[in-house]
Design a protein around this ligand. Structure first.
Ligand SMILES: Nc1ncnc2c1ncn2[C@@H]1O[C@H](COP(=O)(O)OP(=O)(O)O)[C@@H](O)[C@H]1O
Ligand SMILES: [Mg+2]
Ligand SMILES: [Zn+2]
Length: 533
């Protein structure tokens, strides 16, 4: 395998017949294409990595293939090839997650009135369409209401509820399904055969399950598994790999708890969600870690004899025995309650907030909880280093790189890259044109400018392409990854605090274990820093 071409990109289906699952969509689109009954606008919805962008591009080929309008584009004519390589002049792909400005939308749509340069149709593919600003939606609506004959819109979103009804009502909507584990498994098997990579078959269902319905996630996990196993995929190693990714997150959780950093906790939970880890397993393993910590406290100096991970040693001093009991109890109970939670991620977040919110009365009054040295406390805006640096580099090289338009996705790939990551997080993507990436850096972080060249090299490695970077300093419209995260975090914490006050489990613990709810611990971090200590 060419190491630079990650599997998800290399194996993006180019025809409907290569596509896995989504038969209901393929059938409907196939009929429409055969009978020539075409809509002006299509909307594909579904969670990430299930084929929205893939289907949009195949449809663009169906509409423009030089052999003729059909569900089976030839794949070899110049038009098909240009569409596959993203160079077709009549296909415009916009990622609304980064192009939310109305000016750009208008500019884009102004061109819709002109005839296509070389194809039958001008095709606008707008990804994450729910992220468009209200005024951008309005510009689009004007074109949607009276679309020129030669224009097709293909919209995609992970969050259709945020798309205005006025837009929804003008689209033919298709809901893509999550990929069942057995379909993922057989796809992985097929790809490994193509790549001549030896594999223990039992390892694949493990990956398929961890991917939780996302074909893309399964392929980047497979990339990692191949790297981890030095060119082979073995059951034990895949188990280790999936386990050690989780273990790093759990240690991060314990560290955040020890310094009572609610924002960091929520960020770890978010990181786990984006990597599709099982929250049920995580709660079980968290209970095991807390059990190990309790043992370390009860039997000091016995770590090696007990076979406990050395990484836990420095954490054992952070809680007294009673608090460890309580945290353990919360982990176990929350796991039992998981089926009752709105979803696993919410149940997991609640468990963390419970842990954060409790200190036994006795401990709180007599001896303050030992905390890690202040220096260990993350900067307010700093992300949780979700993967240790050593592994992060593997992830950066082997995971499927997001498209250049997916700025947040790219930025997240740089986590572990220290200041380069900080520079990226605090910058907004203004545009990407002709190999030049134009970024706008928040003025408060202008000192990061010196990492520009390093950012450029990191992105080149990630995208396997030549890239130039130009960075301006200026007031952004608040779309840097850091700004978006701050907003989301504040909202999540507010919701969580509300919910925890009404949580029956809170009452139980208060009653039976002598816990005390420390409400101040469930404030967003920035408020805590201003308000306390
Ligand atoms: N239905 C599918 N069949 C086969 N591969 C798929 C499918 N869906 C996603 N993939 C794989 O995942 C990658 C990302 O898919 P994409 O269509 O971009 O997902 P999204 O739904 O997030 O737009 C593709 O390049 C492909 O390798
Ligand atoms: Mg997509
Ligand atoms: Zn063709």
């Amino acid at each position: 395998m060419e190491p630079s071409q990650v599997l998800a990109r290399k194996y993006r289906p180019r025809t409907f017949s290569e596509l896995v699952g989504q038969e209901h969509v393929v059938r409907a689109l196939g009929n429409a294409l055969q009978t020539g009954r075409l809509h002006h606008a299509y909307l594909f919805t579904g969670t990430r990595g299930v084929g929205k962008t893939t289907i949009a591009r195949i449809l663009a080929k169906c509409l423009n293939c030089e052999v003729g309008l059909s569900a089976t584009p030839c794949g070899v004519c110049p038009t098909c090839r240009d569409i596959d390589s993203g160079r077709f002049p009549d296909m415009l792909e916009v990622d609304a997650a980064t192009n939310t400005k109305v000016e750009e939308m208008r500019e884009l749509l102004d061109n819709a009135q002109y005839m296509p340069v070389s194809g039958r149709f001008k095709v606008y593919i707008i990804d994450e369409v729910h992220m468009l600003s209200r005024s951008a939606f309005n510009s689009m609506l004007k074109t949607l209401e009276e679309p020129p004959e030669h224009v097709k819109f293909i919209l995609a979103t992970t969050d259709p509820q945020k798309v205005p009804v006025t837009v929804l009502s003008r689209c033919l909507q298709f809901n893509l399904r999550q990929m069942p584990p057995d379909l993922i498994t057989s796809r992985l098997q097929h790809i490994l055969e193509q790549e001549h990579i030896p594999c223990e078959p039992a390892a694949l269902p493990l990956i398929a399950r961890a991917a939780q319905g996302s074909m893309r996630d399964s392929l980047s996990l497979l990339d990692q598994a191949i790297a981890y196993g030095s060119g082979q995929v073995r059951l034990a190693e895949v188990g280790d790999m999936l386990g050690s990714i989780e273990q790093d997150y759990l240690l991060e959780i314990l560290r955040a708890l020890s310094i009572e950093d609610g924002a960091a906790l929520m960020q770890v939970a978010q990181g786990m969600a984006t990597r599709s880890l099982s929250f049920e397993q995580a709660l079980q393993d968290l209970a095991t870690l807390l059990h190990d910590l309790a043992l370390l406290r009860a039997l000091p100096g016995q770590r090696e004899a007990l076979g406990i991970d050395a990484a836990l040693e420095p954490l054992a001093a952070c809680w007294d025995a009673q608090t460890l009991q309580l945290l353990y109890q919360i982990a176990v109970q929350s796991r039992k309650d998981l089926p009752l939670a709105p979803d696993d991620a919410a149940g997991f977040r609640m468990a963390l907030l419970r842990m954060l919110a409790f200190q036994p009365v006795a401990a709180a009054q007599s001896q303050p909880m030992p905390v890690l040295p202040k220096a260990a406390k993350p900067e307010p805006a700093a992300p949780v280093p979700t993967v240790p640096a050593a592994r992060a580099s593997t992830v950066t090289e082997k995971g499927a790189p997001p498209a250049l338009g997916d700025w947040p996705g790219l930025v997240s790939r740089l986590s572990g890259a220290g200041m380069v990551f900080e520079l990226a997080r605090h910058s907004e993507l203004v545009r990407y044109a002709e190999g030049t990436l134009v970024l706008l850096l928040e003025p408060a972080h202008r000192h990061l400018m010196s990492y520009k060249e390093k950012l450029r090299t990191a992105l080149e490695a990630l995208l396997d392409a030549d890239i130039r970077i130009s960075i301006d300093v200026g007031e952004s419209v608040g779309k840097s990854v850091a700004a978006i995260e701050d907003e989301a975090r504040a909202a999540t914490l507010q919701e969580a605090a509300e919910a925890i006050r009404n949580d029956p489990f809170v009452q139980t613990v208060v009653g039976t274990l002598g816990g005390k709810l420390v409400e101040s611990t469930i404030k967003p971090k920035h408020e805590r820093d201003q308000g306390e200590h």
